[in-house]
Ligand binder design. Structure first.
Ligand code: PEP
Length: 248
């Protein structure tokens, strides 16, 4: 299982220091620490790197520019992620797609940029409520996967996060069965596009209002390999609660 915290615009440098201080005090064992991933806003990344020293957790960025370098005021560059030795980056979060109008081509460009780097994507995909109600969930997931992964070779590692848009930040978590159905679809997509082995070795996370109470049932599903967690990742208590309740 992977437990990934998306901190969005929360957690300034001081809050990050406090978080990792408490995290250290929670005595989470080394193996479990390796399963933890945190995505602070970029202005807090240096503070997170310093505060997480001595821990085995993974840190990453919430977004990157689609271009490697150049005049792109306000963007975050892959070169800097590499310099900071960050191994992960969220790509295609639904907030990037809907609020910042990132389209399928933008997301494909970002995935392609990572192809030749040491940074791996956590590619977020998911349908809106309207699309689910219209019976289009699989169609939407297929299109998002097909375009984003078009030029991504089998040898490039990435993680997928199925995040139904209607479940993000709403308190409405998908049922384990509903999430499992989507995860199985995604797994089969990977099998067809790449291979049985790639499908087996690629983690597929569920995201959308995961809390300690809902993590147990979701984690029991065979194709759910972890969680992308927003609100409940902001406090060590609830983040650890999710870990403790999950079955690996
Ligand atoms: C997210 O931001 O990716 C997310 C899943 O948020 P929340 O857990 O708050 O729904």
């Amino acid at each position: 299982m992977i437990f990934a915290g998306n901190w969005k615009l929360n957690m300034g440098p001081k809050a990050v220091q406090n978080f990792f201080k408490e995290f250290k005090e929670a005595n989470i064992n080394e193996e479990t620490q390796k399963q933890c991933y945190f995505f602070p806003q970029n202005l807090s990344l240096s503070s997170a790197i310093a505060a997480a020293e001595g821990l085995n957790v993974n840190l990453g960025s919430q977004n990157i520019a689609a271009e490697k370098s150049g005049a792109f005021t306000g963007e975050n560059s892959l070169e800097v992620l590499e310099e900071l030795k960050l191994a992960y980056c969220l790509i295609g979060h639904s907030e990037r797609r809907s609020i910042f109008k990132e389209d399928l081509n933008d997301i494909r460009a970002k995935m392609n940029l990572l192809n030749s780097s040491a940074v791996s994507a956590i590619l977020c995909i998911g349908e809106s409520l309207e699309e689910r109600e219209a019976g289009k969930t699989n169609e939407v997931l297929k299109e998002q996967l097909e375009t984003a992964l078009l030029e991504v070779p089998e040898t490039k590692d990435f993680i997928l996060a199925y995040e139904p848009v209607w479940a993000i930040g709403t308190g409405k978590v998908a049922s384990p069965e509903m999430a499992e159905e989507a995860h199985l679809f995604v797994r089969n997509f990977l099998k067809e596009k790449y291979s049985e082995e790639k499908a087996k070795n690629t983690a597929i996370l569920y995201g959308g209002s995961v809390k300690p109470e809902s993590s147990k049932g979701l984690s029991q599903m065979p194709n759910i390999d972890g969680f992308l967690i927003g609100g409940a990742s902001l406090k060590v208590d609830s983040f650890k609660g999710i870990i403790d309740n999950s079955e690996s």
